[in-house]
Ligand binder design. Structure first.
Ligand SMILES: [Zn+2]
Length: 488
């Protein structure tokens, strides 16, 4: 107990202050029916769990993966033939790519791995195993015994008449489907229901063994009691009038006689230029990919924003370097602007030694002195430059022979200019000095600065523009610049 080492935002401390004494069970849950991207919900729950832990409370933090839920639609990238599995539990549908035990594990396992990579203290529970292990047995019996009351609550919330044979429990039919059976009888001592199968035959399902599940609205309230939940965050779509929390609150109070857990309503994360994140529309950012460009605490900060009750737009492209700079400034991280680090990373590849030299020349002594941290920071910057950076930020120092090819397109004035710069360029010059030299040499020779700088960028990068030339050149080994400027 005590400090988790993960920073707890102040909004989470305020939420924790409103929750009573422990022990606490903090729950977050997602149906693994496609790529799981809803990191904000998990991070809201984690922040509150950690605030409680910091307060000295005993906390169980659970990710409830709805693996017993029926497949309802085919995720992007999955063959249409999977429609034949509609109604089957996700844990019983084959992996579309054959790499995991099931359809649900195919999407759940990478997410689970990312949570562990973030150092999250969380238990991932699969709902089909909870049903098979009897965790839901008592609440299922209670639900079936109060079928009429539950039906009344749903009817009042939806304003629609529910079918006469409605049941809170969905037994698995012989076909494997979880929907559409008609429950005839409840045998509570044997925890069984008798139901009519699609072929008209009577069957039984044992609800202590996972042979069916509660309908999702009822399950939400039943889960609070079955797991002893004291806090759960919800997205705004669930908390609207008549939404799933409305019905679950009434069911919890009136049927399960269980106190409604503490709640936090969070807003969505949007992706710049693409809209709300949605796995069914294929608009997703996968935590595993994002951990390749930033450390876990930056990812927490990116997804939560300053206040997760407000929507934010995620920008992994142009806006990302600024986000990283702000993050580093607030957390005492790297002093090197992320843009500059991306430049260094692209110039030196994986050579940490060479990166340290470049950074020293640029005046970043501190960053150059910690090779382990520098290697990690370069890894993030290099991946970002490769996978997300706008074209203008993507650079690579040309090999000398490539540089000669590009230099062949320059005219005599431009070539003479580069020779003059090379002659004056010294190893001790800083970024501003080099910038001055590039400019004054051009002016002195009557060469328009635009053509002068184009010559510089062409021979170094193969482009007509690039990062601010002075600091970039100052960071490179002088002999490498000479070789390219002199075409030798
Ligand atoms: Zn797989």
């Amino acid at each position: 107990m005590g400090d988790t080492g993960i920073p707890v935002p102040s909004w989470a401390e305020r939420v924790a202050d409103r929750l009573g004494g422990g022990p606490h069970v903090v729950v977050t849950g997602i149906s693994p029916s496609g790529h799981i991207h809803n990191l904000r919900e998990v991070l809201v729950a984690e922040a509150v769990a950690n605030a409680l832990r910091n307060r000295g409370e005993e906390v169980r933090f659970v990710f409830h993966a709805d693996t017993i839920d029926p497949l309802r639609k085919v995720a992007p990238g999955v063959p249409e033939s999977y429609e034949e599995y509609f109604g089957h539990s996700l844990s019983r549908v084959p992996d579309p790519e054959g790499c995991h035990a099931s359809y649900s594990d195919h999407f759940l396992v990478p997410f689970e791995e990312a949570l562990h990579e973030m150092g999250m203290d969380i238990e991932v529970l699969r709902s089909h195993e909870l049903y098979e292990d009897g965790v839901y047995t008592d609440v299922t019996r209670e639900a079936i015994e109060h079928t009429e009351r539950l039906r009344g609550i749903l009817q009042e919330a939806s304003g629609r008449e529910m079918p006469g044979h409605w049941s809170p429990y969905l037994p698995r039919r012989t076909s494997g489907k979880l929907t559409g059976a008609r429950v005839l009888e409840h045998l509570p001592e044997e925890h069984c229901v008798v139901f009519v199968d699609e072929d008209g035959f009577e069957e039984t399902a044992d609800y202590s063994k996972g042979e069916g599940k509660l309908g999702w609205r009822v399950e939400l309230a039943a889960r609070w009691k079955a797991l002893g939940v004291t806090f759960e965050p919800f997205g705004k779509d669930h908390t609207s009038r008549g939404g799933s929390t409305d019905t679950a609150d009434r069911m919890s109070r009136e049927v399960f006689h269980y106190p409604i857990p503490g709640r936090f309503e969070y807003e969505w994360n949007y992706i710049k230029g693409q809209g709300a994140m949605s796995s069914s529309k294929g608009i997703v950012l996968l935590p595993k990919d994002l951990l390749k460009i930033m450390p876990p605490d930056a990812l927490r900060r990116l997804f939560l924003g300053r206040d997760p009750a407000r929507a934010i737009e995620l920008d992994l492209w142009e806006g990302f370097p600024r986000f990283m700079d702000e993050f580093n400034e607030e957390t005492g991280g790297s002093e090197v602007p992320f843009n500059h680090l991306a430049l260094v990373a692209q110039t030196v590849g994986e050579d940490v030694e060479a990166a340290a030299t470049m950074l020293r020349r640029g005046g970043y002594e501190g960053a150059a002195g910690d090779p382990e941290q520098l290697a990690q920071d370069l890894y993030y910057a290099r991946n970002w430059a490769r996978d997300w950076a706008p074209e203008s930020m993507r650079i690579g120092l040309l090999e000398p022979e490539e540089s000669r090819e590009f230099a062949a397109g320059l005219d005599a004035e431009q070539r003479e200019y580069l020779g003059a710069v090379a002659a004056s360029l010294g190893p001790e010059m800083g970024g501003d000095e080099v910038q001055d030299l590039l400019y004054s040499t051009a002016v002195g020779r009557g060469l328009k600065p635009k053509r002068a700088f184009a010559a510089v960028y062409k021979t170094l990068l193969g482009k007509t523009s690039g990062p601010k030339a002075g600091p970039f050149i100052a960071g490179l080994p002088p002999e490498e610049v000479h070789r390219r400027f002199l075409g030798s």
